[in-house]
Design a protein around this ligand. Structure first.
Ligand SMILES: Cc1cc2nc3c(=O)[nH]c(=O)nc-3n(C[C@H](O)[C@H](O)[C@H](O)COP(=O)(O)OP(=O)(O)OC[C@H]3O[C@@H](n4cnc5c(N)ncnc54)[C@H](O)[C@@H]3O)c2cc1C
Length: 392
């Protein structure tokens, strides 16, 4: 079924038809808990402590936050989620969620796992993109240092980072896929940008295989995107860009205070929203050179992109434009977009429960801190549960 017209994100029947009453009720309890900041703070502290002291807490996490936000511990375990999404025209982006890697062996093992996601996506239409976080392939100290200041040992380590990333991009190209490079904290981002630009220049000549990420909560990023477009046109490569608002606001604030530096973040949410929407319009104006991946749970920005596509005569399923949300969040956006034929994929994080804990804490905190996000999820779930009850 492909619906005509613009999507309606209040349509809870379409949004939740992939979920049983039991799933919905579990989601309801979880979002109810996440709406209490003190509980999330206590829970996060407990999870961090348990992680440090190696206390087993999988029994508490697996049926709750993990079941809501993760596909499983392995690619095979995530299969059920992948299938369920695809039945509803939503594709998957397998996201290996191990964080805080500290040795070369772990970095190599992360690289192998990302290569396994690329292999899983090969010739499988249920998968849309692969993805990686550069800090999962490099020691953080290295990413935050200017390459001009590297010691000989660091230069060797850096060569290994570049080799891992090139191997991933080459494997994606060989598999006929596409790969997203996540954006991270601003002090890591200069090196990440340099690598992403190199990879786009090497792999995005005929088609767009590599996507960089631009965080519009940064004051300088719209300008960066515009300059990147000029550079790409001059050098003859295409840009793939994941547009996001940005996930590390608290860390950016803390770092700016610690170093006495100006905050690189927009003065308020309105400024972030304005630059995000302007970045979308800029990319649409340059669609011959830029492919868009809108990574957002914001209904207004998503609808704005849908409207602009319609007004510019761009088909809903134009391969140059993709939308995405995280598993367990904003299903009303993902599944309504899918029903209207847009290219839509969910990030499906997977990995050992212990290693997914930092990711889960971020999701829990994000749901608590984003004004209205949790209450929006709750009211939509309530609306759907009531609608189903009336049918009985
Ligand atoms: C598919 C997908 C991929 C993602 N990949 C990345 C990634 O690679 N890197 C990354 O950093 N993030 C990533 N994110 C997270 C993203 O950056 C946002 O943190 C998250 O999606 C919330 O923003 P929003 O657009 O969904 O919605 P909204 O709820 O409308 O916006 C919340 C966001 O607005 C910004 N904001 C809030 N308050 C203020 C304020 N006072 N001043 C300035 N700005 C403010 C912050 O960025 C905040 O996260 C991704 C998200 C998705 C859905």
């Amino acid at each position: 079924m492909s619906l005509k017209g613009l999507p309606n994100f209040d349509n809870t029947e379409l949004a939740f038809r992939h979920l049983s009453d039991r799933d919905l009720k579990r989601g309801r309890v979880l979002f109810e808990l996440l709406s209490r900041p003190w509980l999330v703070d206590v829970g996060s502290l407990f999870a961090r402590l348990a992680l440090a002291l190696r206390i087993p807490i999988g029994w508490a996490i697996r049926p709750t936050v993990y079941a809501q936000f993760c596909g499983g511990e392995t690619i095979e375990e995530s299969e059920e989620t992948v299938e369920l999404l695809y039945k509803n025209r939503v594709r998957t982006i397998l996201d290996y969620s191990a964080e805080g890697v500290t040795s070369e062996e772990e970095l190599d093992s992360n690289c192998s796992e990302i290569l396994a996601t690329i292999d899983a996506a090969r010739e499988d239409p249920r998968h849309a993109f692969s993805v990686f976080k550069p800090s999962g392939l490099s020691l953080k100290g290295l990413l935050s240092k200017s390459t001009d200041d590297f010691t000989i040992k660091e230069e060797e380590e850096w060569e290994r980072v570049l080799r891992r990333i090139r191997t991933i991009c080459q494997a994606t190209s060989d598999a006929g896929g596409k790969v997203l490079i996540d954006a991270e904290e601003s002090w890591l981002q200069d090196n990440i940008d340099e690598i992403a630009e190199d990879m786009m220049s090497d792999y995005n000549r005929e088609s767009v295989i590599v996507y960089t990420t631009v965080q519009l909560y940064r004051i300088d990023r719209l300008k960066y995107l515009k300059n990147l477009c000029i550079k790409a046109r001059e050098c003859g490569f295409k840009i793939g860009v994941k547009l996001v608002r940005g996930a590390y606001m608290e860390k950016e604030r803390a770092m700016a205070i610690k170093n006495g530096c100006p905050l690189p973040i927009q003065p308020n949410k309105e400024a972030t929203d304005r630059d995000f929407d302007n970045a979308i319009r800029f990319c649409l104006d340059n669609l011959d050179a830029i492919h868009i991946f809108a990574g957002t749970h914001n209904a207004e920005s998503t609808l704005m992109l849908c409207k602009e596509m319609s007004e510019r005569g761009i088909e809903n399923d134009d391969p140059r434009i993709s939308f995405s949300q995280l598993l367990g969040m904003s299903d009303q956006i993902s599944f309504n977009l899918a029903a209207h034929g847009y290219n839509i994929a969910k990030y499906v994080p997977y990995g050992p429960i212990r290693e997914a804990i930092p990711y889960l804490i971020r999701r829990a905190k994000e749901n608590t801190s984003i004004e209205g996000q949790t209450s929006r999820e709750l009211s939509l779930i309530d609306k759907e549960l009531k609608r189903r009850k009336k049918l009985i």
